[in-house]
Design a protein around this ligand. Structure first.
Ligand SMILES: Cc1cc2nc3c(=O)[nH]c(=O)nc-3n(C[C@H](O)[C@H](O)[C@H](O)COP(=O)(O)OP(=O)(O)OC[C@H]3O[C@@H](n4cnc5c(N)ncnc54)[C@H](O)[C@@H]3O)c2cc1C
Length: 459
């Protein structure tokens, strides 16, 4: 027998639960289907657990640096991985439980545990149940990409998900990939005490960033003893007893790195290959991302795609914003659009990198005439006082419109400070508005007006 609802939400990631809340609040009956853990990637295997672990790693690092601050610690700093993991599990688990409790108490919302798959345009199967609705919202997220690499199938490798189950310290963690997820794990495990090697096939780390940002992040990581192997063209794997050899045919250095553990962090892929999309006629692009318009409607009327699975964002805040856009259009008569969103994200190495808008390279690519302001963190009083002076601030301004195009803040508090710039970008006012603002002393933010007063043309 088919059970009919006003709406079906597939996936309890960062958009689905909030959307279920708004839809039921508007009087609709909703079926919310989740095949694994409520809260999806962010809560269970992404943001929350990694940032909790990073906090432990930061504490370890600061404890090691105690003497820099005039403190004495009686003996070496020890890291108890079981307790580190237990803390991570508690923070992540509390977040999931809170969300679960809210959803289970939500009037008019029925939760189905299981894998959802389209049978027809309006019908979705979950195990033995067949559910039907005129409105279907896909929030199925993504998973770690496991590409076809030489002999990868013959070794025990880890992904961001299995990595979070570890409660022992790898002797030598080899991380394949030089992107955001890879670097966060690299620094975290180095600080826990592992030997860490990062293997990247490209010429530099975090390649979407400006070259000077990549170089500064590399310096920060190398200064902590992380080995970085770039231009590793032909990456291959071989099990050597309990160890794994990673072939890294690089231009220089050894041709092989032997580690006790290998983490594969080479990107993400959308969870759209097992959803039966073809039966509903829903189009994807060649990478499997569901194609949507500016209001997140798919090519099939009555079906929307939100979050990582639509390829328009790859973050918790972009997924949540997708929920806001869909809810505003459907329920509030407010025609919010994805194209109103500005790129913004952070890389949570220490010090963090806060990013807003375009890089300098992107601004040039779009033919902008630009002004650039920079300042090393060694010239930021708050950073000096804190003893955390690595990194720099960089702001890119459009010389013609005077609007800020983008910023990179690699430095203590960079993930927070960047929001002052992001907000001015959303306000679409000239940079001079921010330049004349009087900020609090001593903060990292207080230097933003100063940097804007010292902008220089870049040819
Ligand atoms: C290691 C790591 C660290 C990260 N750190 C950050 C960070 O610091 N900040 C940030 O903004 N982003 C971060 N991200 C990205 C962030 O986690 C995602 O962008 C975010 O979770 C948004 O995902 P979503 O809402 O699209 O879906 P997800 O959170 O991926 O949830 C999708 C859900 O759908 C379920 N599902 C899939 N298919 C089906 C099906 N057929 N039937 C039923 N259920 C299904 C899945 O089980 C899952 O629970 C990180 C990601 C990783 C991997």
């Amino acid at each position: 027998m088919i059970k009919t609802f006003d709406a079906i939400v597939i996936g309890a990631g960062q958009a689905g639960p909030s959307l279920a809340g708004r839809l039921t609040g508007a009087g609709m009956s909703v079926a919310l289907i989740e095949r694994k853990l409520i809260g999806g990637t962010c809560v269970n295997t992404g943001c929350t657990p990694t940032k909790t672990l990073i906090a432990s790693a930061y504490a370890a690092q600061m404890a090691r640096r105690a003497s820099d601050y005039g403190l004495t610690i009686g003996g070496a700093v020890g890291v108890d991985m079981k307790r580190v993991k237990a803390r991570k599990d508690a923070v992540s688990g509390n977040s999931r439980t809170g969300l679960e409790t809210w959803l289970k108490r939500m009037a008019n919302c029925t939760i189905y545990e299981g894998h959802a798959r389209f049978e027809t345009l309006h019908d979705v199967r979950v195990g033995e149940e067949l559910l039907s609705a005129d409105r279907i919202f896909l929030n199925v997220g993504g998973r770690a990409l496991v590409p076809d690499m030489a002999r990868l199938d013959q070794v025990n490798f880890l992904t961001n998900t299995s990595m979070l189950d570890l409660d022992v310290l790898p002797r030598h963690l080899v991380i394949v990939g030089g992107g955001y997820v890879a670097l966060e794990f690299a620094q975290m495990y180095r600080r826990f005490g592992s030997e860490v090697t990062v293997v990247e096939k490209g010429p530099r780390l975090i390649q979407r960033e400006d070259e000077e940002v990549s170089a500064a992040v590399q310096d920060i990581l190398e200064a902590e003893g992380i080995r970085i192997r770039l231009r590793a063209e032909c990456i291959s794997f071989a099990q050597l007893g309990a160890d794994i050899a990673v072939g890294v045919d690089c231009e220089s250095g050894d041709r092989e790195v032997v580690g006790s553990h290998v983490l594969l962090a080479v990107g993400r892929r959308p969870n759209t290959d097992d959803l039966g999309l073809e039966r509903a006629g829903i189009e994807t692009d060649k990478l499997g991302y569901i194609m949507v318009d500016d209001q997140l409607r798919t090519n099939v009327p009555g079906v929307w795609a939100l979050g990582d699975c639509n390829g328009k964002g790859a973050f918790t805040h972009t997924s949540y914003n997708d929920f806001e856009i869909v809810a505003a259009n459907l329920l509030d008569g407010d025609r919010r659009r994805v194209s109103d969103r500005l790129p913004a994200y952070a890389l949570y190495v220490d010090p963090p990198l806060g990013r807003a808008g375009m890089t300098e390279a992107e601004a040039r690519h779009f033919g902008k005439r630009i002004l650039v302001g920079t300042r090393p963190m060694t010239r930021v009083a708050r950073a000096i006082e804190k003893g955390e002076t690595q990194g720099f601030i960089k702001i890119v301004v459009d010389a013609d419109t005077q609007e800020i195009l983008g910023a990179a803040i690699l430095g203590v508090g960079g993930d927070e400070v960047v929001h002052g710039i992001l907000d001015i970008m959303y306000a679409k006012v000239p940079y001079t508005t921010l330049q004349r603002a009087v900020h609090i002393h001593p903060t990292v933010s207080e230097l933003i007006p100063t940097i804007l007063a010292e902008l220089k043309p870049r040819p």
